[in-house]
Design a protein around this ligand. Structure first.
Ligand code: SF4
Length: 341
Protein backbone atom coordinates (compact mmCIF):
# COMPACT_ATOMS: atom_id res chain seq x y z
CA UNK A 1 0.00 0.00 0.00
CA UNK A 2 1.58 3.28 -1.02
CA UNK A 3 1.80 6.48 0.92
CA UNK A 4 -0.61 9.35 0.49
CA UNK A 5 1.01 12.46 -0.86
CA UNK A 6 0.04 15.70 0.83
CA UNK A 7 2.08 18.49 -0.80
CA UNK A 8 0.56 18.10 -4.22
CA UNK A 9 -0.05 21.71 -5.18
CA UNK A 10 1.83 24.99 -4.98
CA UNK A 11 4.34 27.22 -6.69
CA UNK A 12 7.82 26.03 -7.68
CA UNK A 13 10.58 26.80 -5.22
CA UNK A 14 13.86 28.75 -5.44
CA UNK A 15 14.17 30.90 -8.58
CA UNK A 16 11.47 28.94 -10.39
CA UNK A 17 8.67 30.93 -8.80
CA UNK A 18 9.49 33.99 -10.86
CA UNK A 19 11.42 32.45 -13.75
CA UNK A 20 9.03 29.74 -14.80
CA UNK A 21 6.02 31.19 -16.59
CA UNK A 22 3.90 28.24 -15.44
CA UNK A 23 5.05 27.75 -11.88
CA UNK A 24 1.64 26.73 -10.47
CA UNK A 25 2.24 23.05 -10.22
CA UNK A 26 0.13 20.12 -9.21
CA UNK A 27 1.57 16.62 -8.82
CA UNK A 28 -0.93 13.79 -8.67
CA UNK A 29 1.92 11.43 -7.71
CA UNK A 30 5.01 12.11 -5.62
CA UNK A 31 7.88 10.74 -3.53
CA UNK A 32 8.91 8.69 -6.54
CA UNK A 33 8.15 8.16 -10.18
CA UNK A 34 7.71 4.79 -11.84
CA UNK A 35 9.77 5.86 -14.85
CA UNK A 36 12.88 6.09 -12.67
CA UNK A 37 15.08 8.03 -15.11
CA UNK A 38 18.80 7.99 -14.33
CA UNK A 39 19.15 11.78 -14.71
CA UNK A 40 15.95 12.72 -12.86
CA UNK A 41 16.31 15.97 -10.90
CA UNK A 42 13.45 15.10 -8.55
CA UNK A 43 15.07 11.76 -7.78
CA UNK A 44 18.40 13.52 -7.10
CA UNK A 45 16.79 15.76 -4.52
CA UNK A 46 14.65 13.09 -2.81
CA UNK A 47 16.52 9.78 -3.01
CA UNK A 48 19.24 10.62 -0.47
CA UNK A 49 16.50 11.67 1.98
CA UNK A 50 14.87 8.27 1.48
CA UNK A 51 11.84 9.94 -0.05
CA UNK A 52 12.04 8.33 -3.49
CA UNK A 53 10.24 5.07 -4.15
CA UNK A 54 9.98 4.37 -7.89
CA UNK A 55 8.32 0.99 -7.31
CA UNK A 56 5.43 2.44 -5.36
CA UNK A 57 5.21 6.23 -5.50
CA UNK A 58 2.75 8.03 -3.28
CA UNK A 59 -0.43 9.38 -4.76
CA UNK A 60 -2.44 12.42 -3.78
CA UNK A 61 -5.95 11.80 -2.53
CA UNK A 62 -8.52 12.69 -5.17
CA UNK A 63 -10.86 13.95 -2.47
CA UNK A 64 -8.15 16.31 -1.18
CA UNK A 65 -7.39 17.62 -4.68
CA UNK A 66 -11.05 18.16 -5.46
CA UNK A 67 -11.72 19.84 -2.13
CA UNK A 68 -8.85 22.26 -2.66
CA UNK A 69 -9.83 23.05 -6.25
CA UNK A 70 -13.54 23.41 -5.41
CA UNK A 71 -12.74 25.82 -2.57
CA UNK A 72 -10.53 27.91 -4.86
CA UNK A 73 -12.98 28.05 -7.75
CA UNK A 74 -15.94 28.74 -5.44
CA UNK A 75 -14.07 31.65 -3.84
CA UNK A 76 -14.03 30.01 -0.39
CA UNK A 77 -10.25 29.79 -0.02
CA UNK A 78 -7.60 32.50 0.08
CA UNK A 79 -3.92 32.56 -0.72
CA UNK A 80 -1.85 32.77 -3.87
CA UNK A 81 -2.72 29.31 -5.16
CA UNK A 82 -6.47 29.95 -4.90
CA UNK A 83 -6.07 33.38 -6.44
CA UNK A 84 -4.05 31.97 -9.33
CA UNK A 85 -6.71 29.32 -9.98
CA UNK A 86 -9.49 31.91 -9.97
CA UNK A 87 -7.53 34.06 -12.41
CA UNK A 88 -7.14 31.10 -14.77
CA UNK A 89 -3.37 30.62 -14.36
CA UNK A 90 -2.52 27.31 -16.08
CA UNK A 91 -1.89 24.28 -13.89
CA UNK A 92 1.34 22.45 -14.69
CA UNK A 93 1.31 18.68 -14.23
CA UNK A 94 4.53 16.66 -14.06
CA UNK A 95 7.10 18.65 -12.09
CA UNK A 96 8.19 16.17 -9.42
CA UNK A 97 6.73 12.98 -10.89
CA UNK A 98 5.23 11.96 -14.24
CA UNK A 99 1.42 12.39 -14.09
CA UNK A 100 0.93 9.44 -16.47
CA UNK A 101 3.46 7.03 -14.98
CA UNK A 102 2.55 3.32 -14.71
CA UNK A 103 0.57 3.83 -11.49
CA UNK A 104 -1.88 6.04 -13.37
CA UNK A 105 -3.17 2.98 -15.23
CA UNK A 106 -4.68 1.55 -12.04
CA UNK A 107 -5.40 4.75 -10.07
CA UNK A 108 -6.48 7.18 -12.80
CA UNK A 109 -5.81 10.17 -10.56
CA UNK A 110 -4.57 12.35 -13.42
CA UNK A 111 -7.48 11.29 -15.62
CA UNK A 112 -9.95 12.51 -13.00
CA UNK A 113 -8.05 15.75 -12.63
CA UNK A 114 -7.97 16.38 -16.39
CA UNK A 115 -11.71 15.81 -16.65
CA UNK A 116 -12.29 18.14 -13.71
CA UNK A 117 -10.13 20.91 -15.20
CA UNK A 118 -11.82 20.50 -18.56
CA UNK A 119 -15.18 20.86 -16.82
CA UNK A 120 -13.96 24.18 -15.38
CA UNK A 121 -12.47 25.35 -18.69
CA UNK A 122 -9.12 25.67 -16.90
CA UNK A 123 -5.87 25.63 -18.94
CA UNK A 124 -3.45 22.79 -18.25
CA UNK A 125 0.15 22.01 -19.14
CA UNK A 126 1.06 18.32 -19.13
CA UNK A 127 4.68 17.19 -19.16
CA UNK A 128 5.12 13.47 -19.66
CA UNK A 129 7.14 10.59 -21.04
CA UNK A 130 4.12 8.33 -21.33
CA UNK A 131 2.28 7.27 -24.45
CA UNK A 132 -0.88 7.10 -22.33
CA UNK A 133 -1.59 10.70 -23.29
CA UNK A 134 -2.32 9.46 -26.83
CA UNK A 135 -5.09 7.06 -25.72
CA UNK A 136 -8.57 8.10 -26.87
CA UNK A 137 -9.82 8.22 -23.29
CA UNK A 138 -7.19 10.77 -22.30
CA UNK A 139 -7.52 12.81 -25.45
CA UNK A 140 -11.27 13.00 -24.79
CA UNK A 141 -10.52 14.32 -21.30
CA UNK A 142 -8.56 17.28 -22.71
CA UNK A 143 -9.90 20.59 -23.90
CA UNK A 144 -8.07 20.92 -27.24
CA UNK A 145 -7.95 24.70 -27.06
CA UNK A 146 -6.72 25.04 -23.46
CA UNK A 147 -4.30 22.13 -23.16
CA UNK A 148 -0.60 22.17 -23.84
CA UNK A 149 1.15 18.80 -24.01
CA UNK A 150 4.92 18.66 -23.69
CA UNK A 151 6.36 15.25 -24.48
CA UNK A 152 9.84 14.76 -23.01
CA UNK A 153 12.85 13.03 -24.57
CA UNK A 154 16.53 12.67 -23.80
CA UNK A 155 17.15 10.50 -26.84
CA UNK A 156 15.11 9.11 -29.75
CA UNK A 157 17.09 5.88 -29.65
CA UNK A 158 14.90 3.16 -28.13
CA UNK A 159 17.85 1.07 -26.87
CA UNK A 160 19.57 3.97 -25.12
CA UNK A 161 16.28 5.15 -23.67
CA UNK A 162 15.69 1.72 -22.15
CA UNK A 163 18.97 2.13 -20.25
CA UNK A 164 18.37 5.61 -18.83
CA UNK A 165 14.54 5.83 -18.73
CA UNK A 166 13.85 2.16 -18.02
CA UNK A 167 10.12 2.30 -17.36
CA UNK A 168 8.99 5.16 -19.59
CA UNK A 169 7.29 4.57 -22.94
CA UNK A 170 9.85 4.06 -25.70
CA UNK A 171 10.67 7.12 -27.83
CA UNK A 172 8.88 5.45 -30.75
CA UNK A 173 5.72 5.07 -28.64
CA UNK A 174 6.01 8.66 -27.43
CA UNK A 175 6.33 9.97 -30.99
CA UNK A 176 3.22 8.03 -32.04
CA UNK A 177 1.29 9.38 -29.02
CA UNK A 178 2.41 12.94 -29.81
CA UNK A 179 1.09 12.54 -33.32
CA UNK A 180 -2.33 11.44 -32.03
CA UNK A 181 -2.47 14.36 -29.62
CA UNK A 182 -1.46 16.84 -32.32
CA UNK A 183 -4.01 15.32 -34.72
CA UNK A 184 -6.67 16.03 -32.09
CA UNK A 185 -5.86 19.73 -32.44
CA UNK A 186 -3.90 20.02 -29.18
CA UNK A 187 -0.70 22.08 -29.20
CA UNK A 188 2.31 19.83 -28.62
CA UNK A 189 5.93 20.60 -27.84
CA UNK A 190 8.82 18.18 -27.60
CA UNK A 191 10.87 18.84 -24.50
CA UNK A 192 14.41 17.78 -25.35
CA UNK A 193 15.33 17.72 -21.67
CA UNK A 194 17.91 16.78 -20.78
CA UNK A 195 19.71 17.35 -24.05
CA UNK A 196 22.78 15.10 -23.80
CA UNK A 197 26.07 16.58 -25.03
CA UNK A 198 27.98 14.53 -27.57
CA UNK A 199 31.45 15.81 -26.56
CA UNK A 200 33.22 17.18 -23.48
CA UNK A 201 32.68 20.78 -22.52
CA UNK A 202 34.74 23.13 -24.70
CA UNK A 203 35.10 20.68 -27.59
CA UNK A 204 33.08 22.83 -30.01
CA UNK A 205 34.01 26.24 -28.68
CA UNK A 206 37.78 26.00 -28.79
CA UNK A 207 38.54 25.58 -25.13
CA UNK A 208 38.37 21.86 -24.53
CA UNK A 209 38.80 20.50 -21.05
CA UNK A 210 41.94 18.39 -20.77
CA UNK A 211 41.64 14.67 -21.33
CA UNK A 212 45.21 13.63 -20.57
CA UNK A 213 44.89 9.88 -20.71
CA UNK A 214 41.84 9.16 -22.77
CA UNK A 215 40.22 10.35 -25.97
CA UNK A 216 37.10 12.53 -25.82
CA UNK A 217 34.05 10.54 -24.97
CA UNK A 218 31.50 10.78 -27.68
CA UNK A 219 27.91 10.01 -26.83
CA UNK A 220 25.30 9.52 -29.47
CA UNK A 221 22.17 9.98 -27.43
CA UNK A 222 20.77 13.34 -28.58
CA UNK A 223 21.25 14.95 -32.00
CA UNK A 224 20.00 18.13 -33.71
CA UNK A 225 18.85 15.94 -36.61
CA UNK A 226 16.25 14.41 -34.25
CA UNK A 227 14.27 17.60 -34.74
CA UNK A 228 13.02 16.28 -38.08
CA UNK A 229 11.30 13.34 -36.39
CA UNK A 230 9.89 15.54 -33.64
CA UNK A 231 8.47 17.91 -36.25
CA UNK A 232 6.96 15.01 -38.23
CA UNK A 233 5.26 13.81 -35.04
CA UNK A 234 3.54 17.16 -34.68
CA UNK A 235 5.79 19.18 -32.38
CA UNK A 236 5.08 22.87 -32.86
CA UNK A 237 7.98 23.82 -30.58
CA UNK A 238 11.15 22.07 -29.47
CA UNK A 239 12.19 23.13 -25.95
CA UNK A 240 15.76 22.19 -25.09
CA UNK A 241 17.19 21.92 -21.59
CA UNK A 242 20.82 20.94 -21.15
CA UNK A 243 22.00 18.02 -19.02
CA UNK A 244 23.10 19.06 -15.54
CA UNK A 245 24.58 16.58 -13.11
CA UNK A 246 24.20 16.03 -9.42
CA UNK A 247 26.64 13.56 -7.87
CA UNK A 248 23.79 11.04 -7.74
CA UNK A 249 22.67 11.39 -11.34
CA UNK A 250 26.33 11.11 -12.41
CA UNK A 251 26.47 7.78 -10.63
CA UNK A 252 23.12 6.55 -11.97
CA UNK A 253 24.09 7.51 -15.53
CA UNK A 254 27.44 5.76 -15.13
CA UNK A 255 25.67 2.63 -13.90
CA UNK A 256 23.29 2.78 -16.89
CA UNK A 257 25.67 3.73 -19.68
CA UNK A 258 29.05 2.52 -18.38
CA UNK A 259 30.44 6.02 -19.13
CA UNK A 260 31.60 8.50 -16.53
CA UNK A 261 29.81 11.54 -17.92
CA UNK A 262 31.17 13.66 -15.06
CA UNK A 263 34.51 13.74 -16.87
CA UNK A 264 32.91 15.63 -19.74
CA UNK A 265 32.08 18.58 -17.47
CA UNK A 266 34.50 21.44 -16.87
CA UNK A 267 33.66 21.74 -13.19
CA UNK A 268 31.20 24.66 -13.01
CA UNK A 269 28.97 24.02 -9.98
CA UNK A 270 25.67 25.73 -9.19
CA UNK A 271 23.29 24.57 -6.46
CA UNK A 272 25.23 21.31 -6.15
CA UNK A 273 25.04 20.44 -9.84
CA UNK A 274 27.65 20.39 -12.57
CA UNK A 275 26.93 22.52 -15.65
CA UNK A 276 28.51 22.96 -19.08
CA UNK A 277 29.82 26.40 -19.99
CA UNK A 278 27.30 28.77 -21.53
CA UNK A 279 29.33 29.01 -24.76
CA UNK A 280 29.26 25.26 -25.25
CA UNK A 281 25.55 25.00 -24.50
CA UNK A 282 24.92 27.74 -27.01
CA UNK A 283 26.66 25.66 -29.68
CA UNK A 284 24.17 22.81 -29.15
CA UNK A 285 21.15 25.10 -28.83
CA UNK A 286 21.99 26.98 -32.03
CA UNK A 287 22.42 23.70 -33.90
CA UNK A 288 18.95 22.62 -32.68
CA UNK A 289 17.42 25.98 -33.54
CA UNK A 290 18.94 25.84 -37.01
CA UNK A 291 17.17 22.53 -37.75
CA UNK A 292 13.94 23.84 -36.17
CA UNK A 293 14.12 26.84 -38.53
CA UNK A 294 14.62 24.50 -41.48
CA UNK A 295 11.72 22.32 -40.36
CA UNK A 296 9.48 25.37 -39.89
CA UNK A 297 8.87 24.84 -36.16
CA UNK A 298 9.61 26.97 -33.11
CA UNK A 299 12.52 26.62 -30.70
CA UNK A 300 13.03 27.57 -27.09
CA UNK A 301 15.37 26.90 -24.16
CA UNK A 302 14.16 25.72 -20.79
CA UNK A 303 15.53 27.48 -17.74
CA UNK A 304 18.40 25.38 -16.46
CA UNK A 305 20.56 27.46 -14.13
CA UNK A 306 20.39 30.80 -12.37
CA UNK A 307 23.48 32.08 -14.18
CA UNK A 308 22.32 31.05 -17.62
CA UNK A 309 18.67 32.03 -17.40
CA UNK A 310 19.05 35.27 -19.36
CA UNK A 311 21.88 33.99 -21.54
CA UNK A 312 19.68 32.17 -24.03
CA UNK A 313 16.61 34.41 -24.08
CA UNK A 314 17.52 35.57 -27.58
CA UNK A 315 16.97 31.99 -28.77
CA UNK A 316 13.42 31.66 -27.40
CA UNK A 317 10.73 31.85 -30.10
CA UNK A 318 8.75 34.02 -27.67
CA UNK A 319 11.23 36.16 -25.73
CA UNK A 320 8.67 36.57 -22.94
CA UNK A 321 7.81 32.88 -22.47
CA UNK A 322 10.46 30.14 -22.53
CA UNK A 323 7.76 27.42 -22.52
CA UNK A 324 6.25 29.04 -25.62
CA UNK A 325 2.69 28.59 -24.37
CA UNK A 326 1.05 32.00 -24.42
CA UNK A 327 1.22 32.48 -28.21
CA UNK A 328 0.01 28.98 -28.97
CA UNK A 329 -2.53 27.91 -26.36
CA UNK A 330 -5.65 29.70 -25.15
CA UNK A 331 -5.47 30.92 -21.56
CA UNK A 332 -1.69 30.64 -21.30
CA UNK A 333 -1.24 34.38 -20.93
CA UNK A 334 -2.89 34.43 -17.46
CA UNK A 335 -0.45 35.53 -14.74
CA UNK A 336 -0.44 36.70 -11.15
CA UNK A 337 2.16 38.70 -9.26
CA UNK A 338 4.29 36.52 -7.03
CA UNK A 339 6.89 37.56 -4.49
CA UNK A 340 10.38 37.07 -5.93
CA UNK A 341 12.53 34.36 -4.35
S1 SF4 B 1 9.60 10.84 -15.94
FE1 SF4 B 1 10.32 12.78 -15.09
S2 SF4 B 1 9.79 12.70 -12.90
FE2 SF4 B 1 9.66 10.62 -13.71
S3 SF4 B 1 11.68 9.71 -13.25
FE3 SF4 B 1 11.74 10.52 -15.36
S4 SF4 B 1 12.57 12.60 -15.14
FE4 SF4 B 1 11.89 11.95 -13.09
Amino acid sequence: MSDKYGAFMGFGGAGEVWRCFYSLRLDTYGKGCGHDCAYCYAKSSLDFRRMWNPKDPASASWEAIQRKLDAAFDGQSRGKVAEALRRGVPVRLGSMSDPLQPKEVSLGMTYRLLKYLRGHGHPVLIMTKSALIGDDRYIDALDPKRTYVQMSFSTLHNGHARLIEPMASSPTERLAAMERVADAGIYVAARYCPYMPSHPDGYWTGNPIPFPHEPPQVLALSSPEDVWRLAEAGAGTVIAGFLRLSPWSAKWLKDALAIDIRKMFSGKFERGQLHYSAAEKRHYFEALKHVCDQAGIRFSVCYDSDDHYETFRDLWADHEDCCDGRMNVEGFDARIELPSA
